[in-house]
Design a protein around this ligand. Structure first.
Ligand code: AMP
Ligand code: MG
Length: 345
């Protein structure tokens, strides 16, 4: 298959992409979070192609991308007022809501659940594609399953060139980590995945929220969970990753003492000089967590190289967007964290 390259700047792009979607094809779409691999979310055959292209487990549900809050009721029922309040405040934006699904949504899209995840992305070209195609776009991150997510069109080309119908290039993704997911289908709102909309921002609308076990710990293969996708290995380069926590100095001391040739260090821009000779890679500035979320996946992809033995990673602390970065990095590290200050005692 010849993969078409479409620029988000070209006024013809939305119509061409929408046409492919309507014919049951696969189009990689830019969003503010990561690039998605989109298909008609109401067409089982089209949705099956997403799973095939990504090598995605069948029980890992997809998010339906819609053009605005007025579409929620087309695909969901028993919608609490809080869903509309959240949509008004955070859409278009990096927030996904899980709600009871209407039967029009195929089981293949929901991973056999009776709920469905919906979100309205903050990308003009992608919302125009949704509007013109007249259907919601089911779209997971466009990476091959298990690998770091795609935050540029080049990442998508690397994973899927010749295997999907088209890629819409909208430049690098602004947020860089996937959407926040909040489950509103149960008795109390539950955070299934942290992202660009922070728990603090959600609590302003929802009051207290519960945090799913999948966010904070490694789940087993047979765990029954509310966020099915979260039990799978995620975001991981080939080499094992270990997070080294603690002060800048303690971490550098620990890493330098354990470093052997062939290892890599993933650190903050401010720390580069501490790792001279250790082949350090910066993914952003500790002083600006948005640069870390925007740079994380590109860095993890660069480290996805079979010749690397071990990755030592530095992780930001605190809440807000740092919480989402911690979550992705911990998943990449299979929750393997070493406290450099403890180790120094
Ligand atoms: P991604 O794999 O980045 O496309 O994100 C999709 C994730 O959203 C899945 O892995 C699930 O964890 C979550 N998700 C989607 N739909 C549902 C749902 N109905 N219930 C719970 N989690 C969902
Ligand atoms: Mg993904």
């Amino acid at each position: 298959m010849n993969t078409l390259y479409l620029s988000a700047e070209d006024p013809k792009t939305p119509a061409i992409a929408a046409n492919i979607i309507m014919q049951g094809g696969l189009v990689a779409i830019p969003t503010e979070t990561v690039y998605g691999l989109g298909a008609n979310g109401l067409d089982e055959t089209a949705v099956a192609k997403i799973f095939e292209a990504k090598g995605r487990p069948q029980d890992n549900p997809l998010i339906l991308h819609i053009s605005g809050p007025e579409q929620i009721e087309l695909f969901c029922h028993h919608i609490p007022q809080s869903a509309y309040d959240l949509a008004e405040k955070f859409w278009p934006g990096p927030l996904t809501m899980v709600l009871p699904a209407r039967s029009i949504v195929p089981k293949r899209t929901t991973g056999n659940l009776d709920t469905v995840a919906v979100r309205c992305p903050d990308s003009d070209v992608t919302r125009e594609i949704i509007r013109l195609s007249g259907v919601p776009l089911a779209a997971p991150s466009a990476n091959i399953s298990g690998k770091p997510s795609t935050t540029t069109a080049k990442h998508v080309k690397y994973d899927h060139d010749g295997r999907i119908d088209a890629i819409v290039d909208g430049g690098p993704c602004r947020v860089g980590v996937e959407s926040t997911i909040i489950d509103l289908s149960g008795e109390r709102p539950r955070l299934l995945r942290p992202g660009g909309i922070t728990p603090e921002q959600l609590s302003e609308v929802l009051g207290e929220i519960e945090v799913d076990k999948a966010v904070t710990s490694q789940l087993g293969k047979d765990d029954v969970v509310r966020a099915p996708g979260m039990k799978y290995r995620h975001y991981a380069p080939t080499a094992p990753v270990v997070i080294v926590s603690g002060s800048r100095e303690a971490a550098a001391q620990y890493i330098r003492a354990h470093f052997t040739p062939g290892d890599r260090v993933l650190c903050f821009e401010e720390e580069l000089s501490l790792y001279e000779g250790c082949d350090p890679l910066s993914y952003g500035m500790e002083a600006d967590v948005n640069t870390l979320s925007a740079g994380l996946f590109a860095a993890l992809r660069e480290l996805d190289d079979a010749s690397i033995h071990q990755v030592y990673a530095r992780c930001p602390v605190g809440g807000g967007v740092a919480y989402a970065v911690q979550n992705r990095l911990k998943k990449a590290a299979a929750f393997h964290v070493v406290d450099a200050e403890e180790e120094a005692k």
